[in-house]
Design a protein around this ligand. Structure first.
Ligand SMILES: Cc1cc2nc3c(=O)[nH]c(=O)nc-3n(C[C@H](O)[C@H](O)[C@H](O)COP(=O)(O)OP(=O)(O)OC[C@H]3O[C@@H](n4cnc5c(N)ncnc54)[C@H](O)[C@@H]3O)c2cc1C
Length: 411
């Protein structure tokens, strides 16, 4: 049966096109054979030590023509649509290394997207082309420790024009993967007197610019990490970059940041579904092996069966909601899908955390050890309810829209 994703009139179609099924099967096999076996080294060693192994696998992925699912073909990627990329993201999400090895990891994926849309020919040549090929990495530097990151209209970092240069000054943190990045896309106030949504711009700052100071990799849940697997705190002190390093129109920083979030949310949420699937699989295997009191398998206990049934239903509900949001963005645009984009963020993350938590509980002490990937998921993914806008903000935004449709004017 061969069908696309667009439902015909009066029909709903959940079938995955045959070509995509083949791609997903190849990806799953590669994940099993080449990516998941790397995890013990990933959890136990410095990330930098793993780079040669990662590079070797990235080259294999390129040879298989599975590199950069979301990257346009002319830049060397697969050029998949959002729904197909969502399906890939689900498979890749089963391991914390999947997205990096296939060239679609945050924050580079979002940076590629905005460079593709707004980059000048020079910016494309210098930043976009090597980034899309995986030759360099980047970071996105928006949030500041002193101000609420949940409201990105509030920023104290400035970029002031001085002759033919921008001079950037500010304090940023949680710039993920800044360690080892070749450049940062920095959101800074360029027009302090403008309307609140038009004050900031995006500026490209190479990390070897004098005044770019990566102070530390922030310790998160006991792990500071390094290289790609880190979150940087950065001081920009009189960081001078050429005037042509402005990305997109001046004053469009907020708009570009919002645009970056739409498709990015699909990637994240489907990655989370991948984490759910992996954790659920581990949970089911464990209950089928582990004998408890009286030699009975955990699987025979009603409470375990309840958890399994609930998790199965919740994962499927979350998956369908994300795929629907992806379908809507692809077919009707991000504006039409804005409710779904808010919804998936606060709907999927708690389900993922619940599934991971239950899988850990089922494993007992083994669950909190680093002998399975579950403890890594638990530590690392708690942040899912915070980054990309905390859950509470998305609920408020969605509720206001719904109430407006009902004639309300909620503030
Ligand atoms: C792992 C991780 C990776 C990150 N990566 C990046 C990155 O690469 N680049 C980058 O720039 N930033 C990044 N961030 C920062 C992230 O975007 C911010 O943490 C996020 O926007 C929330 O901002 P905040 O931490 O300042 O929390 P605050 O804005 O201080 O909010 C704290 C809490 O207050 C509540 N809250 C906030 N506003 C409201 C409201 N209006 N109504 C009700 N409750 C509210 C929410 O519960 C929220 O969690 C990352 C963060 C994490 C944890």
């Amino acid at each position: 049966m061969k069908q696309g994703w667009v439902p015909k009139e009066g029909q709903m179609n959940f079938a995955i096109p045959e070509k995509m099924q083949v791609i997903l099967e190849m990806t799953k096999e590669f994940m099993q054979k080449e990516v998941i076996p790397l995890e013990p080294q990933f959890v136990g060693r410095k990330f930098r030590d793993l780079l040669p192994e990662i590079k070797r696998r990235q080259d294999m992925v390129k040879k298989m023509e599975l590199w950069g699912p979301q990257i346009p073909r002319e830049l060397g990627g697969m050029g998949l649509g959002l729904v197909d990329h969502a399906l890939m993201s689900e498979v890749l999400g089963s391991s914390p290394l999947g997205h990096l090895i296939f060239g679609c990891q945050a924050p580079d994926a979002g940076n590629i997207e905005i460079l593709e849309k707004y980059g000048t020919p020079d910016q494309r040549e210098r930043y976009l082309v090597p980034l899309a090929r995986g030759e360099i990495r980047s970071c996105f530097s928006m949030c500041e420790p002193e101000l609420a990151g949940s409201n990105p209209t509030e920023l104290s970092t400035t970029a002031v024009r001085d002759g033919d240069q921008w001079v950037v000054n500010g304090h940023k943190w949680f710039s993920s993967s800044a360690d080892g990045a070749a450049f940062a896309i920095v959101m800074a106030v360029t027009d302090p007197e403008a309307h609140v949504y038009q004050r900031a711009s995006m500026i490209l700052v190479p990390t070897d610019t004098p005044g770019f100071d990566l102070i530390r990799n922030i310790s998160v849940m006991g792990h500071a990490g390094d290289d790609y697997a880190s979150h940087g705190e950065i001081m920009y002190r009189n960081c001078r970059v050429p005037g042509e390093n402005l990305l997109g129109p001046q004053g469009h920083g907020f708009i570009i940041a919002q645009e970056r979030l739409g498709p990015g949310r699909i990637h994240h949420c489907m990655r989370w579904i991948g984490i759910c699937n992996r954790s659920f699989d581990l949970m089911c295997r464990r209950v089928m092996q582990r004998k408890v009191g009286g030699g009975k398998l955990l699987a025979e206990k009603q409470i375990m069966q309840e958890w399994i049934a609930e998790c199965r239903a919740e994962i499927l509900a979350a998956r369908m909601l994300v795929l629907y949001a992806a379908w809507k963005i692809e077919n009707e645009g991000a504006y039409a899908a804005r409710e779904e984009i808010s919804m998936i963020k606060f709907f999927v993350a708690p389900i993922m955390l619940k599934v991971v938590d239950r899988a850990i509980q089922v494993h007992g002490a083994l669950g909190v050890s680093d002998d399975t990937i579950l403890s890594f998921f638990y530590r690392q993914e708690r942040a899912a309810r915070i980054y990309d806008g905390p859950d509470e903000i998305h609920k408020i935004v969605l509720a206001r829209r719904v109430l407006r449709d009902h004639g309300g004017q909620p503030k």
